[in-house]
Design a protein around this ligand. Structure first.
Ligand code: ATP
Length: 306
């Protein structure tokens, strides 16, 4: 492969989805109607999206020595993701997300990050070459904080731009994390959690994004679902709208956006151009079922988007 180089540090999970008439109550055993499995984990999703567009993607993560780990590895290999820095542990199972979905589409989800929690700082440092030769590093909040910081420090040392996707969000992120993020890319609810500010109107979104910018990133890209994105940097705020589509399943839209953004920036597109293209690809993904299964590959897209 010789596409734009991207390194993703983050978690891999397997979604274990049971479809039930209704969610069980405490202590109850229910028969489900259907079961399916899906590849997930924000790191894995973003890596797969960038690879599907033709990126030369290196994944840094950790799996358990179990069937989920083997399947995840096989999925990466099938999609051409470099797995030299995907480690295995005997100490924990691979990350899993058992999910129950009822007839009304309501769900309950348990995420057990498992092996991803055991990704060590040494393993991050061992990936320095992969980070240094990338055009973009992408991280999220599903691995331990210190390991994220280590990856971001290595990128800064090697002048590699970083995209930080603060998901799933929790308040009180360290100052250094913001300062090491060239692009800080949350969605609306993550922005509310991080700032304690409402994000409903465009004005509110702008105020909250500016509050995040003051913490140290060079750029904030706030994803706004069907409204597209808000880009905020030293030049001010610009709304980058998208063409709204009737969504079937928005699961993974944020990961599709971040993986696509990383690809287009690594390919040398300008920030606004990359956002416009990532908006278009995320819109395609919300029209399909599932997470990675809804991410379009390069051959399925209008060549003008690429
Ligand atoms: P999720 O948590 O469902 O994975 P998210 O909340 O992290 O997604 P959103 O901000 O909802 O992320 O959506 C990410 C991007 O997906 C948006 O910036 C936009 O480009 C695209 N998008 C989402 N919903 C729509 C829609 N209905 N029409 C067009 N584009 C959409």
């Amino acid at each position: 492969m010789t596409g734009p180089k991207i390194c993703v540090v983050g978690a891999c999970n397997i979604d274990l989805i049971s479809y039930v008439e209704r969610l069980p109550v405490l202590g109850e055993t229910l028969h489900g109607k259907k079961f399916s499995m899906g590849f997930g984990g924000k790191g894995a999703n973003q890596a797969v999206m960038a690879a599907k567009l033709g990126g030369e993607v290196a994944m840094v993560g950790k799996l358990g020595r179990d069937v989920f780990g083997e399947n995840t590895l096989a999925n990466f290999k099938k999609l051409g993701v470099n797995v030299s820095h995907v480690h295995f542990t005997e100490e924990a199972f691979s990350g899993v997300a058992p999910i129950a979905v009822d007839d009304n589409g309501a769900n309950s989800i348990i995420i057990v990050t498992g092996a991803s929690d055991l990704l060590s700082a040494e393993e991050i440092r061992a990936a320095e070459n992969a980070i240094a030769k990338s055009k973009v590093l992408v991280c999220q909040l599903e691995i331990p904080m210190e390991q994220n910081l280590e990856a971001l420090r290595i990128a800064r040392k090697n002048n590699v731009p970083t995209i930080f996707n603060p998901a799933p969000a929790r308040p009180g992120l360290p100052d250094e994390l913001y300062q090491l993020s060239d692009i800080f890319c949350p969605n609306e609810s993550e922005t509310e959690i991080l700032t304690g500010m409402p994000v409903e109107t465009m004005e509110q979104a702008e105020q909250a994004a500016k509050a995040l910018l003051e913490r140290g990133p060079k750029t904030v890209i706030l994803t706004l679902g069907e409204r597209g994105c808000l880009l905020v940097d030293a030049n001010g705020a610009r709304h980058i709208p998208t063409r709204k589509v009737e969504a079937i399943d928005t699961t993974g839209a944020g990961d599709c956006f971040v993986g696509s953004l990383a690809f287009f920036l690594a390919a040398g597109k300008s920030l606004e151009d990359a956002i416009n293209r990532a908006n278009k690809i995320a819109a395609v993904s919300v029209c399909g079922q599932g997470t990675q299964s809804s991410f379009p590959g390069a051959s399925e897209l209008d060549p003008e988007i690429l």
